[in-house]
Design a protein. Sequence first.
Length: 143
Amino acid sequence: MALAINDTAPDFEADTTEGKIRFHDWIGDKWAVLFSHPKRLHAGLHHELGYMAKIKPEFDKRGVKIIGLSVDPIDKHAGWANDIKETQGFAPNYPMIGDIDFNVSKLYGMLPSAVSGDPAKRTAADNQTVRNVFVIALTRRSS
């Protein structure tokens, strides 16, 4: 499924580095930026995740929430946060989704629906399409 402008952003529940969320509830009446990376950190991703942490106050000023997505387990993110702070000066200060069942990646059209298995056995090349940025305005309509 390819998302297009004005499509409704798929809702989902997911475990994050800041606890379990239901995406639409987490967004509330704000805008959101959902960005992702394919797998495992490397120097380029250290820079990207550190830079997002550095500029998060600018998003906050504008009422925009940011959230990252990784197909790696959440427990990996704690170690990465320390590395990112050490190399970039800023650790992620926003939630990171651990999409180990590929649910969110599939909902947002980043991976084919047939993808399954252990994310630890997949490579960044297998997941190269999990490299996206979505800008989301959730409009709630009353019934």
